[in-house]
Design a protein around this ligand. Sequence first.
Ligand code: PHE
Length: 455
Amino acid sequence: MSDKNSREHWGSKIGFILAAAGSAIGLGNIWKFPYLAGENGGGAFVVLYLICIVVLGLPVMIAEIVIGRHTGRDPVGAFKQIGGGRWKLVGYLGVASGFFIMTYYSVVGGWTIGYIVKSAGGFIGSMTDIRAAEETFTRFIQNPFETVFYLFLFMAITVFIVMRGIKDGIEKWNKFLLPLLFIILIVLIIRSLTLEGASAGLAFYLKPDFSKVDVKTVIEAMGQCFFSLSLGMGAMITYGSYLNKEDKILSSSLQIVTLDTFAAILSGLAIFPALFAVGMTPDKGPGLTFNILPVVFSKMSYGSVFAVLFFILLFIAALTSSISLVEVVVAFITDEKGWSRRKAVLVFGSLIFLLGIPSALSFSTLKDVRIFFGTTYFDFMDRLTTIYMLPIGGLFIALCLGWKYGLKNAIHELDADTRLAALKKMWAFSIRYISPLILVAIILYFGVYRMLFPH
Ligand code: PHE
């Protein structure tokens, strides 16, 4: 085990906030949130989402950072310390989640690089209808060499940054990339909102329709909030473990959560007005970003420029999240097994690349190989982690802190300010009762009900 005093720390509080926000702001914000909001009541969904943030997201975020800073250790070490015995399995679950998520997240990260290159090469010009765009995308993801090459490139960039450590690698790059992400987002929003006919998209996205909100939408919003904030696997525990003792956890958490929510809401403002302005209908996930948006760009002047910007945005979002996923694994190996950072990053970066290959090939060579419940390797990794591992991890994080370790022991990590006493009480109440209940609901809904009755 490495000496605790030699453990690196963030160079500044803003460095920590940007790195954590970089982890949170990911593909989930840009391709999932806008669609979910548009489909589920627009403004009503946004309001609902904000409530989810307050009752579930923020409390668990604070809990993870508290655990990280309090123990100053990786997730496994942290749970050994605050839970002991079997609780360390919660840490292992988190590290495994980070590893598994990376095996498909990095593939999509690779796609974003591929699309930056293609957009820069001017392919947008021929994306005049959806069939052309779909064909191009299908041909791309079905090309084993190209996708594996871009996967490699994406992993190499991630490895390069994580290898440089907390201050000179993760912090430095996030401090550069995250502001850039917001600048690009704002440029795209201005372009989108000034297109003729943009208001129809705005209406689809934000017009509140409370009739679309039911129990399912509420759980959907809860699940999205949890994934979007990178909770349930120790990413925030790990980043929190490098936090200086003087930095305030409550205000930092609030800022991280605010940045993440902003990024999610703003993405929709960039996407839907443009989409409706050119008379297209929304689709979700990869379909929206890779099949529909190229057509949208083909219909605006300087479309290639905006396409390059958009895919850079997506790339940054994927990269800064991947950095945190890899760091969870690396922190575990360096803290618990005493490896050097360099060796840990190289070995596990390579392993992720190797296990990412079947994900990359899930659309070509391995298309017909079904792993579980009729899913491809790519889909399996996605579902296993987002539907089961993260919410289960989150549940046990809350239970360990709230019931085993006890909040009295943890609460002194929070700002000493007595004016915040009521807030701290609310936090404690959520961690003990509300968060676990919601997480159980999420696990039952997504993991059992939706698995048995897919719609
Ligand atoms: N929060 C990221 C997103 O929105 C995904 C992620 C989950 C990253 C868990 C790290 C840990 O895409």
